[in-house]
Design a protein around this ligand. Structure first.
Ligand SMILES: Nc1ncnc2c1ncn2[C@@H]1O[C@H](COP(=O)(O)OP(=O)(O)OP(=O)(O)O)[C@@H](O)[C@H]1O
Ligand SMILES: [Mg+2]
Length: 248
């Protein structure tokens, strides 16, 4: 469903993506792992067209989105939902207005349809009836769930999650992981999840891809990754200071 081919991206002298290749399968959850600052968020932004590569292709259902103009890109973006790092809710809007936002932006739904859809999406994420609350009144975990409700508001085919469980306690982490797995199944989504959290990676990933020095150096099922003898993967999973992953 998604293919990145030989993607290069630098910011000034800093090379972040260095001929990256990745294939993401439809209807599965692919987790992308790699060290902090390694380019995971940059990679995700290429998938949704928020960043353009210096060279290379980003194919969504066979369409190279790097060649599209803003209007065409907007059309393609309707296939996507995105849960940004830190949920990124609009603080001046109520929860209900946050979830309604993509519906107002991208559809011609009537107000009562919007209201029903918002209520349904909030119910899916276990937050029935919180429409009138402000984001500041919610806990971190609840904000993530509102972010997820907003990400799935348009019934996207693909949802991108940038570190959905970072900063949550183990119980809330499990709740958010469950929620990702449940929504993936019930909407038959293609999910791409960035995560550092080794437990979450193996809990939700059907495919795991390791980003290292600007490339995907391994991609496989959790079993394959867990038993890999690649020193980069071993170091990452063990959380060891010694190895090919440089700290600075
Ligand atoms: N818009 C930008 N302009 C300049 N440099 C950028 C930009 N976006 C990202 N970078 C740089 O690219 C590198 C990769 O950043 P990125 O946010 O993708 O890392 P990450 O793997 O998501 O890290 P983390 O796990 O900490 O979120 C960083 O060195 C960052 O400073
Ligand atoms: Mg990031």
């Amino acid at each position: 469903m998604i293919r990145l081919i030989e993607v290069h991206k630098s910011f000034g002298p800093q090379k972040v993506l260095d001929g990256l290749n990745l294939e993401i399968e439809r209807g599965k959850t692919t987790v992308i792992i790699g060290r902090s600052g390694g380019g995971k968020s940059v990679l995700l932004k290429h998938v949704i067209g928020l960043l353009k590569p210096d060279s290379g292709q980003v194919l969504i259902d066979g369409v190279d989105i790097t060649k599209l103009n803003d209007r065409e890109l907007n059309e393609i973006r309707k296939k996507f939902g995105m849960l940004f790092q830190e949920a990124a809710l609009f603080d001046s809007m109520t929860v209900g207005e946050n979830v309604a936002f993509p519906l107002r932006e991208h559809t011609k739904m009537k107000e009562d349809e919007i209201r029903d859809t918002v209520a349904e999406r909030l119910r899916v994420v276990g937050l029935k009836g919180v429409e009138t609350k402000m984001p500041s009144e919610l806990s971190g975990g609840m904000r993530k769930r509102v972010g997820l409700a907003r990400a799935i508001a348009l019934r996207p085919q693909i949802v991108l999650f940038d570190e959905p469980t970072t900063g949550l306690d183990p119980v809330m982490t499990e709740a958010v992981n469950q929620l990702i797995m449940d929504t993936q199944r019930s909407f038959d989504l293609t999910c791409v999840v960035i995560s550092h959290d080794v437990q979450s990676i193996f809990r939700i990933g059907q495919k795991i891809a390791m980003l290292h020095e600007g490339r995907i150096i391994a991609c496989g099922t959790p079993d394959v990754i867990e038993t890999s003898d690649n020193p980069v993967i071993r170091q990452f999973l063990a959380g060891s200071i010694e190895g090919p992953i440089k700290i600075m």
